[in-house]
Design a protein around this ligand. Sequence first.
Ligand SMILES: [Zn+2]
Length: 71
Amino acid sequence: MTVEVCQLTQLHEPACTAPAVVSVRDQHGGEKWGCEVHAAAALTAVEGARVGAVHDWDAMSRLLELPWNTR
Ligand SMILES: [Zn+2]
């Protein structure tokens, strides 16, 4: 499923209207689309989180440079 707007905001944050660039999957098979900023935050904060699908490969290449990818 493709979603156009970021769904990865935290509960304390206002809704994010940035375009979704990647989907992030958790260990339980849940999948949410997010903008680059929130995808980076989720990948860093959620143990076992991985990128599911990609809309924007430029954003993906930047996300792959973050520490979550090497732990
Ligand atoms: Zn966002």
